[in-house]
Design a protein around this ligand. Structure first.
Ligand SMILES: Nc1ncnc2c1ncn2[C@@H]1O[C@H](COP(=O)(O)OP(=O)(O)OP(=O)(O)O)[C@@H](O)[C@H]1O
Ligand SMILES: [Mg+2]
Length: 313
């Protein structure tokens, strides 16, 4: 069964898409099969992945296509993507006349149980798409900027979230609140993070991990890469730490199984996971970077181990 995690905040620009992609890519480094679903009409994730194809998540919502028909491999993030199309806002309006309209996405994603993780990127607006993202999720991650205005916006957001949970999805779990864009050079970031942690309501929900402000996180979308696949950076490090924090006991057991299967070189995933092979783009990037001497493409230990065993097949 997949763990379905929505990345949600009604405030714009807090790092939902950044988190969806980079957390997904960090989880993929362990060997997990990860699907990223773009449920935002802005299509930022789809654009980042460089995907421009039909059918899309909109066609899944209208029931016109099977979800499997929409999935695209994104090698530079080691993930699969269910892309968004231009029609998503119009489809949100169409959903208004559908019965059980809050639960349209959930059964479609639950069928994709070959994925270990399904991460849903959501829009910064309150509407049926976001409600579907929440209702399709077992748990949600809430990125929050470490700044006063962002903190203030959490009050109405948590009221809305509480309402959605009560009315539509009582079993929803908050995986954690993720402080983002932490600027270690300012006292303000530290003061706000301390304030969040000390808060009676927010404190217990906070991840230990926080994401530092990092230029690589802002640069990688234009290059089509997830940061964990691009460079040694604070951004890559922080998202790997977050992935580590998100793993539960079952996930850790799976990692052990991946490792064991890799050691025995009989894992069907290793045989089939051509995602594990560096893409031409990766190789090209690495050689360019080696020449320039500025970047180093990262591989996690497990990833490296699995690559080695894949090579031995
Ligand atoms: N930790 C960070 N350090 C530097 N830049 C960041 C960081 N996190 C996000 N950004 C940048 O901030 C901008 C907003 O991030 P992102 O698009 O992920 O937010 P969002 O919540 O998905 O926005 P929207 O609500 O519009 O969908 C992007 O340009 C992104 O590259
Ligand atoms: Mg976004």
């Amino acid at each position: 069964m997949s763990r379905i995690i929505g990345i949600v905040n009604l405030k714009g620009g807090v790092g939902k898409t950044t988190t969806c992609v980079n957390l997904g890519a960090a989880l993929a480094l362990y060997g997990f099969k990860v699907l990223l679903v773009d449920l935002d009409p802005q299509k930022s994730l789809t654009g980042w992945a460089g995907i421009n194809q039909w059918p899309t998540v909109g066609d899944v919502l209208t029931g016109e296509v099977d979800p499997l028909q929409t999935l695209v491999k994104w090698s530079k993030a080691k993930c699969w993507v269910m892309p968004a199309g231009r029609d998503l806002r119009a489809i949100e309006t169409q959903l208004l006349s559908v019965s059980q309209r809050e639960y349209v996405l959930r059964p479609k994603l639950q069928r994709l149980n070959d994925y270990d993780f399904i991460l849903i990127d959501s829009a910064p607006s309150y509407g049926l798409l976001t409600i579907n993202a929440i209702c399709a999720s077992d748990e949600i991650v809430i990125p929050l900027q470490t700044e006063i205005l962002s903190l203030e916006s959490t009050i109405p957001f948590f009221e809305t979230l509480g309402e959605i949970k009560k009315r539509f999805h009582p079993k929803l779990r908050i995986a954690g609140i993720l402080p983002n864009m932490y600027d270690s050079r300012t006292n303000l970031s530290k003061a706000i993070l301390d304030q969040m942690r000390a808060s009676e309501h927010l404190g217990p929900l906070m991840f230990k991990t926080f994401i530092r402000k990092n230029v690589k996180l802002a640069e990688t979308p234009s290059m089509g890469y997830a940061v964990t696949r691009y460079s040694a950076s604070h951004g890559a490090e922080d998202y790997r730490t977050l992935a580590e924090e998100i793993l539960n006991d079952d996930d850790r057991k799976k990692i052990e199984m991946f490792k064991q299967a890799a050691a025995e070189a009989k894992s069907p995933r290793i045989i089939n996971l051509d995602l594990l092979e560096p893409t031409d783009g990766d190789k090209e990037l690495k050689s360019n970077q080696d020449e320039e001497g500025t970047e180093e493409v990262l591989e996690s230990e497990v990833y490296e181990e699995r690559l080695n065993s894949a090579e031995n097949l």
